[in-house]
Design a protein around this ligand. Structure first.
Ligand code: 5GP
Length: 114
């Protein structure tokens, strides 16, 4: 795991409110939530940005989405809806360079993407 803040969370070197973990990924609450529910789904494999995702990691990418959807179903907000976002590099406002999927939910979210 590369040495990002998320790597430290995965290695339990800093605390986080972890809501899900398996062999491939971890999910925890965002420290600065932008919605009533704001989670980060993070692969344990070091992948800095979406640009760095390899074809051989397609299953891992799918697992991120499936884990987010499964969480939404378990928590009972899947039918109301939610948003999944991946930010990439500067124009995408990525600030932590370990690939992660934001899951935002819990209220009607604003439309638009910028
Ligand atoms: P990005 O901007 O890279 O797409 O998203 C990074 C996210 O990580 C931000 O929403 C930010 O609030 C969150 N974050 C940054 N540092 C920490 C931390 O130490 N703990 C947790 N739980 N979230 C963090």
């Amino acid at each position: 795991m590369s040495d990002t803040i998320f790597g430290k969370i995965i290695r339990r070197e800093i605390p986080a409110d972890i809501v899900y973990e398996d062999d491939d990924l971890i999910a925890f609450k965002d420290i600065n939530p932008q919605a009533p529910v704001h989670l980060l789904f993070v692969p344990k494999t070091p992948i800095a940005t979406l640009n760095d995702l390899q074809p051989g990691q397609a299953e891992l990418a799918g697992k991120l989405f499936l884990a987010a959807a499964a969480y939404a179903k378990r928590q009972g907000f899947a039918e109301d809806g939610y948003r999944c976002v991946v930010n990439c590099n500067g124009h995408g406002c990525q600030t932590v360079f370990q690939l992660h999927l934001h899951l935002l939910a819990g209220a009607p979210l604003r439309g638009g993407f910028a």
